[in-house]
Design a protein. Structure first.
Length: 208
């Protein structure tokens, strides 16, 4: 029954967005380096079943379709890409990827299709892509967790940024211990300002 529901949901979203390469998107979700929580959220975003307020409003579950942070309509694209609380994070990811692109020569610009439907550019360096996948997944997870805390606490953009930075730092440290040296080096030690060192040094400006 569960497989039927997954296939049914997938067929609906594929027919709704015929311009999206869903084969590519589902391949992105299969990467073993994605954290389980980020992968689960990415799957729900891809299938358009994340309970943002615009979605709940259409189902008559709520009487308000607005973003709880900035008061614009909370669609999926708004929540995870265009919200004023979120856009600076994507700019930060682009900056980080630019740091590492010095080693592979492949700069990154994040589009709404990349953020929502995992339509990432084709990179010659597979670890450049995997780095972007990980950062994007942790970004969306931090946004969603802090958005849900808004019901119980006063959340500012800084809180979302701080959680994202924390997730990245924890991830880099965990990968240092669990990955082999070559994989860790290719994932987090590329470029003039590798994220392995930035996680402990340059990123503190977003926390202090």
């Amino acid at each position: 029954m569960q497989n039927y529901r997954q296939q049914h949901t997938a067929s609906i979203v594929v027919s709704k967005f015929p311009h999206i390469n869903f084969t590519q998107a589902f391949n992105q979700l299969s990467d073993r380096l994605l954290s389980p929580r980020a992968r689960d959220l990415e799957w729900r975003i891809l299938h358009q079943v994340v309970p943002v307020n615009a979605y709940l409003f259409r189902l008559h579950v709520t009487n308000n379709a607005l973003c709880s942070l900035c008061r614009w309509p909370e669609t999926l694209q708004h929540r995870f890409f265009s919200c004023t609380y979120v856009r600076p994070l994507w700019t930060l990811v682009e900056q980080w990827m630019t740091w590492t692109s010095a080693a592979v020569g492949e700069p990154v610009t994040i589009s709404p299709e990349a953020a929502i439907f995992l339509q990432y550019p084709d990179f010659k360096d597979t670890f450049h892509l995997r780095r972007l996948q990980i950062l994007s997944g942790e970004l969306k997870l931090s946004v969603w967790l802090q958005r849900n805390r808004k019901k119980y606490a006063r959340i500012t953009a800084k809180y979302i940024h701080r959680l994202f930075i924390y997730f990245v730092r924890v991830r880099v440290r965990a990968d240092f211990h669990r990955l082999d040296q070559d994989t860790f080096s290719r994932l987090w030690c590329q470029g003039d300002q590798p994220l392995a060192s930035a996680a402990g040094r340059l990123l503190t400006q977003y926390i202090d």
